[in-house]
Design a protein around this ligand. Structure first.
Ligand code: TYD
Length: 212
């Protein structure tokens, strides 16, 4: 059974589900809450060297086999977790770390592209968050939200996103069985309403103390 990291929270969802917006709304709200935890918002793919290579492949600037990309996502994650001042260090000293995407993204997206075995193997040893938010949205609505973005990334088309949604739903139960608290957020709501739901769920179950 994988270890659960206290104070580690993950936002997951299909493209256009609003995870990035929600993370910045949470950051603003915590900044305005005196006595709150030291907050470290972060994301994957990271801004590190491996994450940058991944992003160039997502934008089709670099051509890589899906299996290579799966390995790079996992390597980027290992840096994110284990490098000095990474997720483990920060959670260990009591910071509240919230990551926009983590290992479940690989099990879902690379699972669809490469089959389940490789991403499962590559991510098998990574510890789990104590709390995972799944931002659920109809891919058609999410697709409309993505229309204004200047670059279309490799996974941003509705047929793939439909499979992404189904695969998230199929895998969430396994996370719960492993001891991760899973919160489903209706991401078709306004950003403000979804942010309220996130705040309430954090208050109810985060062990960092601030919300207790
Ligand atoms: P992200 O920057 O979160 O995209 P967006 O802001 O558009 O939601 O993630 C970039 C893409 O990378 C997104 O399509 C999901 C994908 N991804 C994977 O396929 N595997 C992974 O392990 C991660 C972290 C992301």
């Amino acid at each position: 059974m994988n270890r659960i990291i206290r104070n580690f929270v993950v936002f997951e969802g299909g493209d256009g589900s609003g995870t990035t917006t929600q993370l910045s709304l949470l950051e603003k709200r915590l900044a305005g809450a005196p006595g709150g935890p030291v907050f470290y918002p972060t994301f994957e793919p990271t801004g590190g060297p491996v994450g940058k290579l991944v992003r160039s492949a997502l934008k089709k600037e670099t051509s890589l086999l899906p299996e290579t990309l799966a390995r790079l996502f996992a390597a980027d994650r290992a840096e994110h977790l284990f490098a000095p001042d990474g997720i483990l260090d920060r959670c260990g000293r009591g910071e509240l770390v919230v990551s926009d995407r983590y290992a479940l993204s690989s099990l879902v997206y690379q699972g669809i592209e490469c089959g389940d075995e490789l991403p499962r193997l590559l991510n098998a040893s990574f510890p789990l968050p104590e709390l995972l938010f799944f931002f659920d949205i109809d891919p058609e609505i999410a697709h409309r939200r993505l229309q204004n973005r200047p670059v279309r990334e490799i996974y941003e088309y509705p047929e793939f996103q439909q499979r992404v949604r189904e695969k998230y739903k199929a895998l969430l139960g396994g996370y719960e069985k492993a001891g991760v608290r899973v919160e489903l957020i209706d991401a078709a709501k306004s950003a403000g309403d979804a942010a309220e739901d996130v705040w309430r769920a954090l208050a109810a179950c985060c062990t960092c103390g601030f919300f207790a």
